[in-house]
Design a binder for this molecule. Structure first.
Ligand SMILES: C[S@@+](CC[C@H](N)C(=O)[O-])C[C@H]1O[C@@H](n2cnc3c(N)ncnc32)[C@H](O)[C@@H]1O
Length: 408
């Protein structure tokens, strides 16, 4: 007997196959197991508000926003889901915990771990868990995925299976690694988490090593922010009538009054580095990671469009900054023939010295051949670990953990 496929079913199969091909070509999918998962799960069912083309595009579909229009929940972009699945090291029969639900990624996880595996998917938002449960039932994954409404800061919300989860996949931007994540991770497991530090968003895959976690792989991507007890802290200092702000982590301080006075004086040193930034080269993330791994203190300034009009900065992109007392130096750009040139603006009593130091760092990144190739090692120690037990690197002190970032 032959089965007739409706044109729509054929379209959907073709769209899904095209997505797999794109993700393979981009290097996001590396294994047949992950490719088969993307082939099997009907992404459009988990994104009913999107057209078929949108559901199978390599882009996120926003499913919930707050009253200011900021995304609270989404079906994440396929490329990052594929990379995170690859980073998780999951395979048949393994146990996975997803923190930040929606349904689609949980179904992908269920495909990867197979009939003998186990998937727990939790979300802090009951609207999201209700929706995920309904869509997982509609697609037949409800007996392979356990959905729970709880604050993922504390892990699975119930005791982890004996021996822990083989992978914990966090799908909201986390500022910190709470103890439950380390405790619920199997000895040989992987914690895949989009981590924010010093204004940078980087997905790391962590493994246990000698009482702490060490990164074994990474990729660059931003997610919607975590809510609950592991939500983002940090604070911003207004430096010039709201047109230039310095964003700091909770373990950083700066003398806002002195820096505002420096900006208000209008006295500035600028150094153009001779280092080019070309069109679509996409090297800024590598410069950001290099600076955060080698420069202390390091944070980011944010210029508004009016700040750019006022000449405070050449761009509205978050720019690496360093400071000392009442002196601040930060990255800027100016257009040149086929792209931009990186430079440094500095205000304050030691503006020439600090501008020169930051400009030297930028040239060292360029001369050292780091364009596009920076993958720092991140280590996570429990809060309170003494300094002499930390690996060398830049230390970021969070509420639950001490994060150490180093070039190798
Ligand atoms: C990008 S969405 C998840 C996407 C989903 N994994 C998918 O299938 O594509 C991020 C989710 O994290 C959830 N979330 C934020 N903070 C959380 C927390 N502390 N615990 C659990 N879930 C949280 C949000 O409610 C949101 O639904």
């Amino acid at each position: 007997m032959t089965t007739q496929t409706t044109p729509e079913a054929a379209d959907i199969t073709a769209l899904r196959e095209a997505l797999v091909n794109t993700l393979r070509q981009q290097g996001d999918i590396r294994s047949d197991r992950v490719a088969d998962a993307f082939r099997a799960v009907p992404r459009h069912i988990f994104a009913p508000q999107a057209s078929l083309a949108e559901a199978y595009a390599d882009d996120a579909v926003i499913t919930k926003t707050n009253d200011r229009g900021h995304p609270l929940s989404s079906v994440s972009a396929p490329w990052v889901q594929a990379r995170m699945l690859e980073l998780s090291g999951l395979g048949p029969g393994m146990r996975a915990l997803e923190l930040g639900s929606g349904g689609y990624n949980a179904a992908l996880l269920a495909e990867v771990v197979g009939e003998n595996g186990e998937v727990v998917s939790v979300d802090i938002d009951p609207e999201v868990t209700d929706r995920a449960s309904r869509l997982l039932a509609q697609t037949g994954y409800n007996d392979r995925v356990t959905v729970r409404c709880t604050d993922g800061t504390y892990g699975a919300g119930e005791p982890a299976p004996d021996g822990g989860f083989d992978a914990i996949v966090v799908t909201a931007q986390a500022p910190d690694i709470p103890p439950a994540w380390t405790a619920q991770l199997a000895r040989s497991g992987r914690l895949v988490v989009p981590l924010s530090f010093r204004g940078i968003h980087q997905v790391f895959s962590f493994a246990h090593e000698d009482g702490h976690l060490v990164s074994r792989g990474q990729t660059r991507c931003g997610f919607v922010g975590m809510q609950g007890d592991n939500r983002h802290g940090g604070h911003a200092i207004d430096l010039s009538d709201g047109d230039l702000r310095l964003g700091l982590n909770d373990d950083q301080q700066a003398d806002g009054a002195a820096l505002r006075t420096a900006l208000a004086s209008g006295q500035r040193s600028t150094i153009w580095t001779g280092v080019a930034l070309r069109g679509n080269e996409g090297v800024l993330p590598s410069l950001d990671l290099w600076l955060v791994s080698t420069l202390s203190p390091c944070a980011r300034v944010y210029a508004s469009s009016r700040g750019v009009e006022r000449g405070l900065s050449g761009w509205t992109i978050a720019a690496a900054a360093t400071w000392e007392g009442g002196t601040l130096a930060y990255l800027t750009i100016r257009p040149e023939a086929d792209g931009f040139e990186l430079g440094v603006h500095a205000y304050g009593p030691d503006r020439e010295g600090l501008a020169a130091r930051l400009a030297d760092r930028i040239r060292a990144w360029d001369d050292g051949g780091y364009r596009g190739t920076v993958e720092p090692v991140a280590r996570v120690y429990p809060a309170g670990t003494p300094d002499d037990q930390l690996a060398p690197g830049q230390v970021i002190d969070n509420r639950y953990s001490r994060l150490v970032i180093a070039l190798s």
